[in-house]
Design a protein around this ligand. Structure first.
Ligand code: NOJ
Length: 568
């Protein structure tokens, strides 16, 4: 055995200088997030209670028993705010309200009460880089004159050319097309994503105060934490002259020097947010979606900042033992540096589901594959699901928190054959049909095989469910001990029982393509990502992601074993 790695220990243990907040963190109520299992709900596709084809908050409330039985510690809700759905709800008209199609604030309170009643925390999505173009402040900005305080809340710039008829720069948006939109009076506004998502100007104090108000609004309603969208991009340097797209893309820019992302000033914003979070008892938590180089991630995750940051490394990696081990090593080291715990993510609402990624040959270009309608290359879905379950069991045994995405507990594959006329993701249109987008992982969940719309809705689901989802419906899997649903429930229950200090010790010599480690208390996790079966080490098997062959762990399978007192 080699390499004892201790992930970051709770800040309370490291720093006694920060007063009462840190003291409160010692009681566990404040550190629930460190090794939590957080289940992501994409509300419009989870469950529809009112029959309009769009999932809603009452649908979440109705399915709290499912979440409780699954055994998750928290639910993270993707945006449920009023929105024109130019980007699946990440275009927010009003951050302190509920989209009337999804419910009311009272229904939000009922949902929180039901989740809390089941011992499940609630995390909401905050989208601070941009609003929607229907936000009251953006409409006021458009109605106001260049140079006005209303315009200053967003990123407006004068266009080039005599009358400002050319965009201020040649920058392109993440979803494709130009990043600037002309407003007809010589000024243009910046949108890093869709044109319906104008970027806020975070140098403006009013914007900062308004977001503090939003955070307080939800925290006062009992929300336990926040997932922070595009956390790396709030601070921007718009001083003239603006660099060209090529200059922006230069890979030799020093850390913090990029005009649009990962600027050091962004952390001043999060220090203010942290003060607000820590004024609650227990402190509210936050997790950053920060697309930054690994060595810059710790600053977002620090206890003075948001407290935790997503690591998307596994989500982008092929299922390979050496790669998995390196990613775990790197991230536990980063977590140690930041004082946070690590996060682990295999799927979310932005990527091809992992049961399908693993069904494809390593290195498959997913964008091209989606454009083929999911046929070229042909996925081996049985192998994909086996590997997905093995990877999930691997992740659930790691120190840190695990983020699950709705439907992965049913083993749902990506729906890659959605016809073009139902696609909603702005990338499809913005890329002129070159990027099919993310709808395939956002297809409404199948709850009940025999019910209309598979139990998702009494109406027509906003994205069509494929017939093959019927065989994966929750009620079909319910009584089957070999189902993916049963496996997830079992895994979460055993994880809860074995939950240990945030330490990991690698176990070497277990075979080619095998990655294995122990956790304190006699918990061993062995994952076989190779081509041959391998002999399991000693111990009592308490979980497997698929059938064992005696004491042989077949390929694409994970087993958890316990020794010593944990075995009793
Ligand atoms: C990241 C979110 O996860 C994604 O769904 C969204 O499109 C962008 N941020 C823009 O808000």
């Amino acid at each position: 055995m080699t390499d004892v790695l201790e992930a970051g220990s709770a800040p309370a243990a490291q720093d006694s200088t920060q007063g009462s907040t840190r003291d409160r963190r010692e009681d566990g109520a404040a550190t629930w997030w460190r090794q939590a299992v957080v289940y992501q709900v994409y509300p419009r596709s989870f469950a529809d209670a009112d029959g309009d084809g769009l999932g809603d908050l009452a649908g979440v409330t109705a399915h709290v028993p499912h979440l409780a039985r699954l055994g998750v510690d928290a639910v993270w809700l993707s945006p449920f705010y009023p929105s024109q759905l130019a980007d699946g709800g990440y275009d927010v008209d009003d951050h302190r309200a509920v989209d009337p199609r999804l419910g009311t604030l009272e229904q939000f309170d009922e949902m929180v009460a039901a989740l809390h009643g089941a011992g499940i925390k609630v995390v909401v999505d905050i989208v601070p880089n941009h609003s929607s173009d229907q936000h009251r402040w953006f409409r006021e900005a458009l109605a106001a004159a260049p140079g006005s305080p209303e315009r200053d809340r967003y990123v407006f710039a004068r266009g080039r050319g005599e009358r400002g008829e050319l965009p201020p720069s040649d920058w392109t948006a993440v979803f494709g097309g130009p990043a600037w939109e002309h407003v007809g009076d010589g000024e243009w506004y910046l949108h890093m994503f869709a044109p319906e998502q104008p970027d806020w100007n975070w140098a403006n104090r009013e914007v900062r105060d308004d977001f503090l108000r939003t955070l307080r609004f939800w925290a006062d309603r009992g929300v336990d934490g926040f997932r922070v969208d595009v956390a790396h991009a709030l601070a921007k340097d718009m001083s003239l002259p603006l660099p060209t797209a090529a200059e922006l893309a230069a890979d030799d820019l020093p850390d913090g020097a990029h005009r649009l992302t990962d600027r050091d000033e962004v952390h001043e914003i999060y220090r203010e947010w942290r003060e607000l979070f820590d004024s609650y008892d227990p402190p509210r938590t936050a997790v950053a979606e920060a697309w930054v180089p690994a060595h810059r991630r710790a600053r977002y995750a620090s206890p003075e900042g948001l407290g935790q940051a997503f690591n998307f490394d596994l989500l982008q990696a092929d299922p390979d033992a050496a790669t998995f081990r390196r990613i775990v090593d790197d991230n536990l080291r980063l977590a140690r540096e930041s004082g946070a715990s690590s996060t682990w993510v295999l799927s979310n609402h932005d990527v091809v589901r992992h049961a399908t990624r693993y069904a494809l040959p390593a290195g498959t270009d997913l964008r091209t594959w989606l454009l083929s309608g999911g046929t070229d290359p042909a996925p081996d879905l049985a192998r994909g699901l086996r590997l997905a379950r093995a990877a999930t069991a691997f992740v659930l045994a790691l120190p840190g928190s695990a983020y699950l995405y709705q439907g992965e507990e049913l083993g749902l594959p990506e729906v890659a054959d959605l016809p073009a006329d139902v696609l909603q993701d702005p990338t499809w249109v913005r890329s002129a049909g070159e990027d099919k987008g993310r709808d395939g992982c956002r297809v409404p969940l199948p709850w009940s095989a025999a019910a209309p719309a598979l139990g998702f809705s009494s109406g027509t689901p906003h994205l069509p469910q494929p017939e093959r989802f019927a065989g994966l419906a929750a009620d079909v899997q319910e009584g089957d001990p070999s189902s993916t649903l049963s496996f997830y429930r079992e895994a979460l229950a055993v994880r809860r029982r074995l939950r240990a200090e945030e330490e990991l010790t690698w176990v070497d010599g277990t075979g080619d393509g095998v990655v294995a480690f122990t956790r304190p208390g006699g918990w061993t996790c062995v994952t076989n990502l190779g081509d041959e079966g391998v002999e399991l080490p000693g111990g009592t098997v308490v979980l497997t992601s698929g059938p064992l062959d005696g004491r042989t762990l077949p390929p694409a399978t994970t087993a958890w074993l316990v020794t010593g007192t944990a075995a009793r």
